[in-house]
Ligand binder design. Structure first.
Ligand code: GLA
Ligand code: ZN
Length: 669
């Protein structure tokens, strides 16, 4: 596969929304901003195919030619993220049927039925035509299929496809009935045609919950696979004419609907869109980057971020001076090889007219945002290919698993407040705050690569996983797991014999009952060391089976029962955290686990700063960022090196104010 030879810097560009005079002006201004790349043709299906048997590439030809003449690296969309109106009018099946059973009309975007034969036929045909026409253009550096795939459809075509998917998975109705535990409420299926999609008209309960999580989780898997098949069809069509340009689609971080680990296997390079809210913690953004890097364990593309503000959040605050720059370096630090914006010129109409862009409605380069984009562009140009392809290394792996995400959030009980991403983030944050690098890993990762594996709310333990975790601990690894772990298997049926099921031996505890605490309720954990922490959400009532109690509940009828435990297993250790501890409490437990595992941070004296390392063959590249309000001093071990961005030496006197960022390269051989 071809690699990028510079940091792609640019983003979504829609000259088709503008008169020709503006195009030349764009070219001039982009040059000023050191922009070297444009993502085009993301939503042009209606233009490219004005009717069923008519194609017109003339405008796209002109755009491609203009950008090629200017030596832009083109990211070429396939435009299948929004349907043309004529197609919806003529073939209503291309539109989706929603969760409530309403069949949709033409409108919006990202809403084609993945199992519509018409959509499949025409999306594939368009991708093929584009590849045939532009696949040989050396300026096309990447293919961008559709846009932000997602959503669900509950139409008849999807229902038929679901039955076929199930037949392939289960083979017999007997196996299906067993997997779905259909004896419950007498839901036995005697004919494949009796299977219906689980939506509001069938198994759906209140608040998006379901009467049969086994069915609903299978639907999520089916839907993710079905949309992935759309991606694969277009990818393969492109490959008929273009054998070597990388192909991607823009993902969305912890987006729930698609099993990105499965998707990653079909993608040449991961790309994603980073849109934090005004109150998203920087650790949350860092976690998303690590997850996106983890999908293929490789550098990724930042396909979109806004240079200034958004339009679709409740409060679309401006990025403060320096914030976009710092956010961009955080992205590069965690493994990105590109920085791309949505979008290059602000729209005049439609719901995104208030969305930030490199060129504002004023149309001039004399804006704060343009100047900041231009400064960053100049810096990235200076960085050249220094960081391209360099790797992030981690001693800690945190498990992220879409099956778990779905199943945990479908569970009716014990608490509605169990949010998968929040739970994972709570643990991630500990490492983030200490500048300990983390890989986000799938349930079937090679655990042996890590000193420490953290698997919070590992509700669904699929076949083979417990054995791998046992081998990991046996060989000296430190495992941390928590409440709501080891409860069900792949079909959401309980692992019998006491919680945490297949993890019981590893953890050395038996969880007899799970109490749920309402938001206004608390318990406390009294640590052996004498410290006392409040705890909330759920409390596991557990018995020791070889583990040592690190802290016990302080109140209620289970006062004195263990709340947090540590088990010696083989040469390693297994921590079981039985309740959601307040931050300081969780930190004290994780301090001990991290000490057992002997995990190392990026270096000393980095408190209050984010410091991340990417490695090339012969150097370590450190990104040093201050996201806090307080001024910080450059850690002394990083001093007396040259900052690659400013070209200046950093010293003990170097002070980092909020959003200040440095990039330092240290040779290792
Ligand atoms: C998404 C889409 C873009 C645009 C931006 C706006 O990421 O991919 O087309 O709508 O949001 O933030
Ligand atoms: Zn459908």
């Amino acid at each position: 596969m071809k690699k990028f030879d510079r940091i792609l810097y640019g983003g979504d560009y829609n000259p088709n929304q503008w008169p020709r005079e503006i195009w030349a002006e764009d070219m001039r201004m982009f040059r000023d901003a050191h922009i070297n790349s444009a993502t085009i043709n993301v939503f042009s299906w209606a233009k490219l195919q004005p009717s069923e048997d008519e194609y017109d590439f003339s405008e796209l030809d002109e755009i491609v030619e203009m950008l090629s003449d200017e030596n832009y690296d083109i990211v070429l969309g396939t435009s299948t993220g929004a349907l043309p109106a004529w197609m919806a009018a003529k073939y209503p099946e291309v539109e989706r049927t929603d969760y409530d059973g309403r069949h949709h009309k033409f409108g919006q975007r990202h809403n084609a039925c993945p199992n519509s034969p018409i959509f499949q036929k025409y999306s594939k045909r368009l991708a093929r035509k584009l590849a045939q026409r532009y696949g040989g253009n050396p300026h096309v550096k990447c293919w961008h299929i559709s846009n932000e795939y997602g959503g669900e459809c509950f139409c008849e075509n999807c229902e038929k496809a679901f039955r076929i998917w199930l037949k392939e998975k289960y083979g017999t109705l007997e196996a299906l009935n067993q997997a779905w535990n259909t004896e419950f409420w007498g839901h036995t299926i005697y004919d494949w045609n009796e299977v219906v999609l689980p939506n509001a008209l069938s198994e759906g309960l209140w608040d998006g919950k379901t009467a049969f999580a086994g069915i609903s989780v299978d639907y999520k898997r089916f839907n993710s696979d079905g949309i992935l098949a759309n991606y694969v069809a277009e990818r393969d069509a492109i490959r008929e004419y273009d054998k070597e340009t990388p192909i991607t689609t823009n993902l969305m971080g912890t987006y729930k609907g698609l099993d990105y680990f499965k998707w990653a296997k079909e993608m040449d390079i991961i790309s994603w869109d980073n849109y934090p809210s005004y109150n998203t913690p920087w650790s949350g953004t860092a976690m998303c980057h690590d997850l996106m890097r983890g999908l293929k364990n490789a550098p990724f593309m930042l396909m979109e971020q806004t240079p200034s503000q958004q339009n679709w959040q409740p409060y679309n605050s401006l990025k403060r001076p320096g914030q976009m720059r710092a956010q961009s370096y955080q992205t590069l630090a965690h493994g990105a090889d590109t920085i791309q914006f949505f979008q290059l010129r602000r729209s005049i109409g439609g719901c995104e007219k208030f969305h930030g862009a490199v060129i504002a409605h004023a149309g001039t380069e004399n804006t704060r945002v343009f100047r900041e984009v231009s400064q960053l562009g100049a810096e990235l140009e200076k960085l050249g290919d220094t960081i391209l392809g360099s790797r992030n290394e981690a001693q800690v792996g945190i498990v992220f698993d879409w099956d778990n995400y779905w199943a945990l959030e479908y569970a009716s009980g014990p608490s509605v407040d169990l949010s998968y991403v929040n739970q994972i983030h709570m643990y991630y944050q500990y490492f983030y705050d200490r500048n300990i690098a983390v890989d986000m890993i799938p349930f079937n990762a090679d655990f042996q690569k890590y000193k420490m594996v953290v698997a919070p709310v590992l509700y669904m333990v699929k076949e083979g996983m417990a054995e791998e975790l046992e081998a990991f601990a046996q060989n000296g690894g430190t495992l941390v797991t928590t409440y709501m772990s080891g409860i069900v298997g792949q079909s959401d049926n309980v692992h019998l014999g006491g919680y945490p099921g297949p993890l019981r031996k590893l953890a050395g505890v038996w969880v007899e009952e799970i109490d749920a605490l309402a938001p206004e309720q608390h318990n406390e954990v009294l640590m052996n060391s004498g410290e006392k922490y409040t705890c909330s959400l759920v409390c596991d009532l557990m018995h020791l089976e070889g583990a040592q109690c690190l802290g016990a509940y302080g109140t209620d009828f289970y006062k004195g029962m263990p709340a947090v435990t540590r088990n010696c297993y083989g040469k390693g250790f297994v921590y079981y955290v039985g309740t959601q501890m307040e931050e300081a409490g969780l930190c004290s437990v994780l301090d001990q686990a991290a000490a057992d595992a002997a995990v190392e941070s990026v270096g000393p004296e980095t408190e209050g700063l984010e410091v991340v390392c990417r490695r090339t063959q012969d150097s370590k590249i450190y990104f040093i960022m201050n996201f806090g309000d307080q001024e910080r001093r450059m850690p002394s071990w990083l001093c007396h090196n040259r900052d690659l961005l400013s070209g200046e030496m950093v010293s003990e006197g170097t002070i980092l104010r909020k959003y200040d960022t440095y990039v330092i390269q240290v040779r290792i051989r």
